[in-house]
Design a protein around this ligand. Structure first.
Ligand code: BES
Ligand code: ZN
Ligand code: ZN
Length: 469
């Protein structure tokens, strides 16, 4: 799809008429009839025909509080009706703010996502031109919306990709290609370099798979100074069988999505580069496959890590915290960023706690917590803060190593995982961990089975924007 700005609406051609709940008066002048069967409820629409037989879609923006998820209204309309559209469709955007126009474009873009990438017959791309009529200057909103929507679709395609194709090496190739296209730097560390550099925890998790682990480092650093403003670390488990502490087979196929954190990191760096934000960002993706094999690491093993701390493995299914431990240590030792954020589909516990509507947020930095929480509401990718009290620390004490990867107790699982990560941050003062296990992948009206949501791209990009000086 392409997006265009026009000053006025041609009422004899097809157009979309956004309408707030119970506010038909605001759009009365464009209505061909007095009382359409429509009240502006969120994510509803009504098709009317104009004088020339042109299509007029009334679409519901709902109440004030629902405006934060405006994408959804446009996404649904486009998803269900775009096959009938002519070459151009207009949007009456006079009453939409620049931010709302951006959200609308994101919605149109999200409707272009094709989940059936691996079907033998692929649907043709929609070539519609969407023309927003507004007296404001909206070029920036259109461009940002398009880049954001495209990135969301790209990371969704990654998360939805099958694990036999989406190996750690595949993620590395994806990042290299993206770096070339969006003009940033990408380094993929393979097995030999990981051994040399001491990424022992990543290597241990990946030992049981023929698809060898990688660590991907993406760097977008446009500023004159070398100081890195923000480092993002992502969990990139391309398939989590649980390892020798094997998971039950029900829903095991969904564990292809255990690289949702990595996808956000890869997507955000690409998007920030495309938006040309004046901020130095580094992404670190720790990717491995947690497989079952004679070579697999075992419960009971003591492994080493990038930090030098030894870890007693209690459960090989608590593998995400191990790869992240190396990513975080690498970030604090080598990159030394001002802000450090990690994203991971880390625990079933966070899903049981918060369900599918918010990510678990862990930080000792209240400013980061407040900023992230506020942005979360604004972009409708919400977070909820969970505790980091010292009292949880003793759960991770090991008799024989510096730390153990699981208490053995099914209590406070998301906090325990966060406390484990904290042990590898060298008390970094601006560190935040987001457990996105419940929000990164799930049910939606757009697919039969669970699928990627795209959660995190807007949240983290807006957080980064808030730190551009
Ligand atoms: N990848 C899982 C967490 C997960 C669960 C993600 C559900 C998405 C949906 C993670 O590696 C895991 O298995 N965590 C265990 C840890 C436990 C063994 C300490 C969990 O949460 O059950
Ligand atoms: Zn696991
Ligand atoms: Zn996992």
């Amino acid at each position: 799809m392409t997006y265009k700005h026009t000053k006025s609406l041609d009422v004899l051609q097809d157009f979309i008429l956004p309408c707030r709940k119970d506010n038909l008066d605001a759009i009365k002048e464009f209505l061909p009839i007095d009382k359409p069967d429509f009240d502006g409820s969120f994510s509803t629409y009504q098709l009317l025909y104009g004088k020339e037989g042109n299509r007029i879609y009334l679409i519901g923006l709902g109440e004030e509080k629902e405006l934060v998820k405006l994408e959804e209204t446009f996404r649904k309309l486009a998803f269900e009706t775009q096959k009938h559209w002519d070459k151009t469709i207009q949007v009456y955007a006079e009453d939409l703010s620049e931010d709302q126009i951006k959200k609308a474009v994101i919605g149109f873009e999200m409707a272009q996502y094709q989940i059936g990438e691996y079907k033998s017959e692929i649907k043709k791309d929609q070539k519609t031109v969407v023309s927003f009529s507004s007296s404001k200057t909206i070029k920036k909103s259109l461009d940002e919306g398009k880049f954001t929507g495209e990135t969301i679709n790209k990371i969704k395609a990654l998360v939805d990709a099958p694990p036999n194709i989406k190996t750690p090496e595949f993620l590395g190739k994806w990042a290299k290609k993206s770096a070339k296209e969006a003009d940033y730097k990408c380094t993929v560390l393979k097995e030999k370099e990981l051994e040399k550099k001491g990424f022992d925890a990543v290597l241990s998790v990946g030992k049981g798979s023929v698809n060898k682990p990688v660590v991907i480092i993406t760097e977008y650093t446009p500023k004159k100074t070398k100081k890195v403003d923000i480092t993002l670390v992502g969990k990139g488990i391309t398939f989590d069988s649980g390892g020798l502490s094997i998971k039950p087979s029900t829903n095991l196929h969904y564990m292809k999505s255990d690289m949702g954190g990595a996808a956000v990191v890869l997507g955000v760096v690409e998007l920030v580069a495309k938006l040309k934000l004046n901020i130095n960002i580094v992404g670190v993706v720790c990717s491995a496959e947690n497989a079952v094999d004679a070579e697999s690491y075992r419960p009971g093993d003591v492994i080493n890590s990038y930090s030098g701390k030894t870890i007693e493995i209690i459960d090989t299914d608590a593998e995400g915290r191990l790869v992240l431990a190396d990513g975080l240590s690498y970030a604090v030792k080598k990159i030394k960023p001002e802000y450090l954020i990690d994203l991971a589909t880390l625990t079933g516990s966070v899903v049981r706690t918060l369900g599918y509507h918010a990510a678990g947020m862990f930080t000792n930095n209240e400013e980061m917590a407040k900023t992230t929480s506020d942005i979360g509401y604004k972009v409708h990718e919400r977070v909820w803060q969970l505790p980091m009290f010292e009292d949880y620390e003793s759960d991770l004490h090991s008799d024989i190593a510096d730390i153990r990867n699981f208490s053995g107790n099914p209590l406070a699982g998301a906090t325990n995982a966060a406390k484990f990560l904290e042990a590898f941050t060298e008390d970094h003062e601006k560190w935040m961990h987001l457990d996105i296990a419940g929000v990164s992948f799930g049910s939606s009206p757009y697919a039969k089975m669970k699928s990627a949501s795209g959660y995190g791209i807007q949240l983290i990009t807006e957080f980064i924007k808030s730190k551009v000086s």
